[in-house]
Design a protein around this ligand. Structure first.
Ligand code: ZN
Length: 216
């Protein structure tokens, strides 16, 4: 077993970063950029099926499979993980949790779909992951993620980076803002008892263009 070096979010300014101009997360707003259409060009072809719950030291990372088309380009679902509190801020609001669904094409192009979860009702898929979580071992699960993605996703599209080292750029982001995903106070308490805050600080937009889809 390898020794994993836990990311220190309190010293994130010192994370090695060979990039710097197109970083994530960013501050989003419904007055930023142009409205490009009624909904984000995301089409789920095969819903994400979660198969393995792992401990990523700073979050739960769940590996799985599935296929989603972005602008008609197919990309394979790889894993989902969670940030508490949220990383992207929309119209000045920071959600309790941000869920990242990471996809990658055959040539290594990464696309991340970001969803927000607000405090509210108990989240059953999240509870299954919490119940399965073992800090010391990867645990098999069989959990289809059909109810987290809206039929008509609306939100933002922009080019950014991974929000953890190596902070690589060229990552395509789809930030969905019309999701009704919730988590309960008990679930948030469990999370905060197991993981320190793991949200990267907001990064400058610089010269980037942000596209809006169905955000008024
Ligand atoms: Zn993430």
């Amino acid at each position: 077993m390898g020794v994993s070096l836990m990311l220190n979010y309190r010293e994130q300014a010192s994370w090695p970063n060979a990039f710097g101009q197109q970083q994530s997360p960013i501050r989003l707003s419904s007055t930023l950029g142009a409205n490009e259409g009624p909904s984000l060009p995301i089409m789920v072809k095969r819903s994400p099926l979660l198969t393995t719950v792992t401990n990523d030291q700073t979050t739960i990372k769940v590996i799985g499979n599935g296929t989603t088309q972005f602008f008609n380009r197919p990309s394979a679902f790889q894993q989902v993980h969670f940030h508490v509190p949220a990383e992207h801020v929309v119209d000045g609001h920071q959600a309790a949790m941000e869920i990242h669904l990471v996809h990658e094409t055959g040539i290594g192009q990464k696309t991340v779909v970001a969803l927000f979860a607000e405090l509210g009702a108990n989240n059953q898929p999240l509870q299954r992951l919490i119940d399965a979580f073992d800090a010391a071992a990867a645990v098999p699960v069989n959990l289809p993620l059909t109810d987290w993605l809206p039929q008509t996703p609306r939100g933002f599209h922009y080019l950014g980076s991974l929000t953890t080292p190596p902070l690589s750029e060229g990552v395509e982001w789809f930030v969905i803002t019309n999701v009704a995903v919730t988590l309960s106070q008990d679930q948030l308490d469990w999370w905060q008892a197991h993981f320190p805050a793991n949200n990267r600080a907001l990064q400058p937009l610089n010269e980037r263009i942000v596209e809006r889809y169905g955000v008024k």
